[in-house]
Design a binder for this molecule. Structure first.
Ligand code: 13P
Length: 340
């Protein structure tokens, strides 16, 4: 594998492939496991992720995997480092490096993402362990008055500082400014989502420029332009059209690729939206997925925490990864879901 960050970024958006976001914090994976009645322990978290990384068919659609720190240093049941399983599947190992969105002083109901202190030292350790890209998520809540200019600027600045540290460490930064679709109140219109997303991306790229970020050595991980989860009525075509318009207005063509988060969309919604954008628009960058929930939910449910269901879990994950891979080329169709 090449070690130039520009080449790693291009490999992360290889045609028909996308990223598996398996970087749930210990608290978040605990909530996911609750849905299948499984206790979250170091071993159950390892078993679940090992099941995914050993799913050869599913992994053939995956260009990179985002890990939580615990997983980066974990070994499979037979002693193989999980990072080696990911590499053997032809995917790039990545690492979530922020330490979470924390209440922002003076800004009620808003957060700023933390994790810059000591980050240079942590990045060196992660590089040593095999990570070649990183993720940092800024979170912007939407209402009639939110997000505030102060919260947008603070989160964008933190993303840019993080990106600079990553690039100096030889690690590709994924820049994730998430405009929430399922936050509180969660009933905003798609027009409001469009305005907010465009503003957030503009400020983000201003801050990236101010911190001298090499745009060819980064990946953008945005949310789609979509109405709030409690008011969902926009068509697939409208989500695709508005999302593409915002990206064209804000993202320089030198960015190697854009990988969406799913943010609480159903698996099929997230697949359909991505496919529509790739099918209907001529764009300067590859658009693909970096889904957590939308890529994992079916596999997690089919596995159910039972060793005898590993193959069933892998089959369900492979189906979704294949559908998302088709969507990354604009070739997904609803009939393919029914045929499965
Ligand atoms: P979702 O696709 O579940 O939103 O997760 C992606 C991610 O990495 C969020 O930070």
């Amino acid at each position: 594998m090449s070690e130039r960050i520009e080449d790693i970024a291009v490999a992360m958006v290889a045609p028909g492939k996308g990223l598996l976001a398996a970087d749930e914090s210990t608290a978040t994976i605990g909530k996911r496991f609750e849905t299948i009645g499984l206790e979250s322990t170091e071993t159950s978290r390892r078993d679940y992720r090992e099941m995914l990384f050993r799913a050869n068919e599913g992994m053939s659609h995956i260009s990179g995997v985002i890990l939580y720190e615990e997983t980066l240093f974990q070994k499979a049941a037979d002693g193989t480092p999980l990072v080696d399983l990911i590499r053997a599947a032809g995917a790039v190992p990545g690492i979530k490096v922020d330490t979470g969105a924390k209440p922002m002083a003076h800004f009620a109901d808003e957060t700023v993402t933390e994790g810059l202190d000591g980050l240079a030292g942590r990045l060196a350790k992660y590089y040593e362990a095999g990570a070649r890209f990183a993720k940092w998520r800024g979170v912007l809540a939407v209402s009639d008055v939110l997000p505030s200019a102060g919260a947008v600027r603070a989160n964008a600045h933190a993303l840019a500082r993080y990106a600079a540290l990553c690039q100096e460490a030889g690690i590709v930064p994924m820049i994730e400014p998430e405009v929430l679709m399922d936050g509180t109140p969660g009933d905003h219109s798609i027009e409001r989502s469009q305005d907010v997303t465009e503003y957030v991306l503009r400020v983000t790229f201003e801050e990236l420029a101010a911190q001298r970020i090499n745009l060819e050595g980064m990946i953008l991980k945005p949310s789609m332009v979509i109405d709030g989860k409690k008011a969902r009525k926009a068509s697939v075509d409208e989500v695709a059209e508005r999302t593409v318009r915002v990206l064209k207005n804000t993202v320089p063509a030198s960015v190697p690729g854009i990988t969406f988060l799913s943010g609480g969309q159903s698996t099929e919604e997230a697949t359909a939206h991505l496919s529509a954008m790739n099918a209907d628009y001529d764009l300067p960058w590859p658009l693909t997925f970096s889904y957590g929930r939308a890529l994992q939910t079916e596999g997690l449910t089919a596995w159910g925490g039972k060793p005898e269901n590993v193959a069933a879990g892998q089959r369900a994950f492979a189906h979704r990864a294949k559908m998302c891979g088709l969507a990354a080329k604009g070739g997904w169709k609803i009939e393919l879901e029914k045929a499965a």
